[in-house]
Design a protein around this ligand. Structure first.
Ligand SMILES: [Ca+2]
Ligand SMILES: [Ca+2]
Length: 180
């Protein structure tokens, strides 16, 4: 393990997914007003049922309202090789209305041919994009050990980051592969 870490080599690093908590740490929803109370939901369903006795309209309206309170997750990632070389930064596209954003592996989302060594780190700031002020989801730092573990896994590696984010962000998945 130590020998492996000490041997710096070029890798491609990408953030592939994150798992956001269903609510903010203060138990408020990420977006919009408080969740609709059950009685209000029932009353709304009653009105919608008169318009559409099949119930499909009511179900669709409630599903839309529940989806909109989910966060719109964007991430800014910084890879620091830790060897005195320049750090590089990527801004990942926003994934709307989900607590389980995923990002496809492609040149836009990948740090290509960066050096993985004993002091390399990947720092990521996650935000819920809002019309006015964004909500901070969390700031996480993946250690050299996390990155090496991800490379050895040979597939996106899930790192538990709840302790770094007051539980607002449960985990991130990172792909690390030796550069071709
Ligand atoms: Ca928000
Ligand atoms: Ca939203």
């Amino acid at each position: 393990m130590l020998l492996f870490l000490a041997c710096a080599h070029p890798v491609d690093v990408a953030l592939t997914a994150a798992e956001v908590a269903p609510t903010m740490a203060n138990a408020q929803p990420w977006d919009g007003p408080d969740n609709v109370p059950a009685e209000a939901k029932g009353a709304a369903m009653g009105i919608l049922a008169q318009l559409d006795p099949s119930g499909q309209l009511g179900t669709a309206v409630i599903a839309t309202a529940e989806a909109l309170v989910q966060p719109d997750v964007s991430a800014t990632a910084k890879y620091d090789p830790g060897d005195g070389g320049a750090a590089s930064t990527l801004v990942l596209p926003t994934v709307s209305d989900t607590t389980s954003p995923t990002w496809a592996l492609n040149p836009v989302t990948t740090f290509s041919r960066v050096t993985l060594g004993p002091r390399s780190t990947l720092s990521i700031v996650f935000v819920d994009k809002d019309v006015q002020a964004d909500d901070l989801v969390g700031t996480v730092v993946l250690s050299p050990a996390d990155l090496s573990r991800a490379e050895r896994a040979g597939e996106p590696w899930v790192v538990d980051v709840s302790a770094q984010t007051s539980g607002q962000l449960k985990s991130v998945s990172v792909s690390v592969v030796a550069s071709p």
